[in-house]
Write a protein that binds this ligand. Structure first.
Ligand SMILES: [Ca+2]
Length: 379
C-alpha cells in the first residue's frame, strides 16, 4: 500500500496551471476567464459573429447525459442517474478553472518546476524503484528518469494526487463550465464543457470496468487521477496492469503507474526507444529563425542546418526534429526537439512542460555531486 501524504490539487492547479495531465484538456492551459456574465443583446459590432452557444437547461442536459452514457457504454441508466444525483457542483472547481493562467517565460517557469527539492526527491525515488523501472524500460524503451520526472511534476511523486472527487470535478466542468459572456469565446467554452462532459461519461465506463466506487475517486480540479494524473479516457485507453494482479490501479500500484505512463508515451506519443529527446542548438551568426516551428518534428536536421541551427551532437541529416525557442535568463535559448520531445508534449501540449520534464529527468539521472564538490561549488 502506498502512503499518500497531503492531498492537494493537481500540480496543474497548484503551480498556476503550469503542468497538466495525461489526456491534455483542449486548449490547455486554461486561459483567464471571468465569472459567467448575464446574457446581453448582441451589438451591431457582433453581428458578423455566430450566435453564442446557449447551454441547455440543466435538467434537460442531465437527462440526455444519462441516456447517452448508458447507451454508449452499456450501463444501467438507473445507476448512472443515481450516481449523478450524488454529484455536486463545487465553487472551488469553477474558481480554479477561472483562475488566470499566465504564460510565463521559460526563465520564470522552469525554476518553479525543476526545483532542488524535486530533483533530490526524484533521485531518492529512482534509487528506491530502480528495478521496477528498469523492467518497464526493457519492455517499452521509456527510460526510468523520464517516468520519474513525470510523476515528480504531476504529483510530487504521489504526494499531491488531488483532493476533489472526480465525479464532482467532471460534473461541475461538464455542466457548469465557466462562461465569460464574450461571444468570441462562447464556442471554445462550449467545446471545453463538452470535453469534460464526455470525460464524465468515460468515468462511468471506467468505474464499471475497474470496479472502482465512482463516489470515492479523487483527483485534480480537472478530474485527473492517480500518480500520473490520467483523465478517465486516458485511464481506459492507456492504463495497463503492471503487477499482474488483473487490475489497473493508478492510485495504489506503482508497477501499474510505471507501466501505464510508459504505455502512454509509446501508444499516444510514439516514443522511440533510445532516441534523443532534445539537444541545445548550436546557432550560426546568420541563422534564419523559423516563423512558427510547432511541436511536431517535421524538419530534417539538414533543413535546420541550412537555416543555421545544428544539434550539439551530430546525428543523421535526415533525422526529423523541430526548433524550440525559450526565453532564458540570458536571452533566447534554442533547442532541437526530436520525436521523444514531441511524445512528452502529448502528456501536456506545451514546449515548456516537455522541457521541464526533460531537464528534471536529466538532473535526476545525473550522479549527485560529491559533498566536497558541492562545497567547492557553493564557495
Ligand atoms: Ca495491477
Amino acid at each position: 500500500m502506498i502512503r499518500r501524504t497531503a492531498r492537494r490539487a493537481c500540480i496543474g492547479a497548484l503551480a498556476l496551471a503550469l503542468a497538466a495531465c495525461a489526456t491534455p484538456v483542449p486548449d490547455a492551459p486554461p486561459q483567464a476567464m471571468t465569472p459567467p456574465a448575464p446574457a446581453r443583446a448582441p451589438s451591431a459590432r457582433d453581428a458578423h459573429l455566430p450566435p453564442p452557444v446557449e447551454p441547455k437547461p440543466l435538467h434537460v442536459a442531465r437527462a440526455e447525459f444519462v441516456q447517452e452514457t448508458a447507451a454508449t457504454y452499456g450501463l444501467d441508466p438507473a445507476w448512472v442517474q443515481s450516481a449523478l444525483d450524488g454529484a455536486q457542483m463545487r465553487e472551488g472547481i469553477i474558481a480554479a478553472m477561472s483562475r488566470p493562467a499566465e504564460a510565463k517565460p521559460w526563465r520564470e517557469y522552469h525554476p518553479l518546476l525543476v526545483t532542488p527539492a524535486r530533483i533530490d526527491a526524484g533521485r531518492a525515488f529512482l534509487a528506491q524503484h530502480r528495478e521496477a523501472l528498469a523492467r518497464v524500460e526493457a519492455r517499452t524503451g521509456v527510460p526510468p528518469e523520464i517516468i520519474v520526472a513525470i510523476l515528480g511534476i504531476e504529483t510530487s511523486y504521489g504526494a499531491n494526487t488531488g483532493k476533489y472527487r472526480v465525479l464532482d470535478a467532471l460534473y461541475t466542468l461538464g455542466f457548469a463550465y465557466p462562461r465569460s459572456g464574450d461571444p468570441a469565446r462562447a464556442e471554445r467554452e462550449a467545446r471545453r464543457e463538452a470535453f469534460f462532459r464526455k470525460e464524465l461519461g468515460e468515468l462511468f465506463a471506467l468505474a464499471k470496468e475497474t470496479g472502482f466506487d465512482i463516489a470515492t475517486l479523487t483527483g485534480s480540479y480537472a478530474g485527473a487521477m492517480g500518480w500520473g494524473q490520467f483523465m478517465p479516457s486516458s485511464y481506459r485507453q492507456f492504463a495497463v496492469d503492471g503487477d499482474g494482479d488483473g487490475r489497473r490501479d493508478l492510485f495504489n500500484s506503482l508497477d501499474d503507474v510505471f507501466a501505464s505512463v510508459a504505455n502512454y508515451f509509446v501508444q499516444k506519443g510514439g516514443w522511440v526507444r533510445g532516441g534523443p529527446v532534445a539537444m541545445p542548438a548550436v546557432v550560426d551568426a546568420r541563422a534564419v529563425e523559423l516563423p512558427e516551428p510547432g511541436l511536431e518534428p517535421v524538419y530534417p536536421l539538414s533543413e535546420l542546418a541550412l537555416r543555421g541551427y545544428r544539434p550539439l551532437r551530430e546525428l543523421p541529416a535526415d533525422t526529423l526534429a523541430t526548433l524550440i525557442r525559450l526565453e532564458g535568463d540570458a536571452g533566447p535559448e534554442y533547442w532541437i526537439g526530436f520525436q521523444n520531445f514531441y511524445a512528452i508534449t502529448r502528456y501536456n501540449i506545451s514546449a515548456h512542460y516537455a522541457m521541464a520534464v526533460y531537464q528534471l529527468s536529466q538532473a535526476i539521472a545525473a550522479p549527485a555531486l560529491p559533498v566536497a564538490a558541492q562545497d567547492a561549488d557553493a564557495a
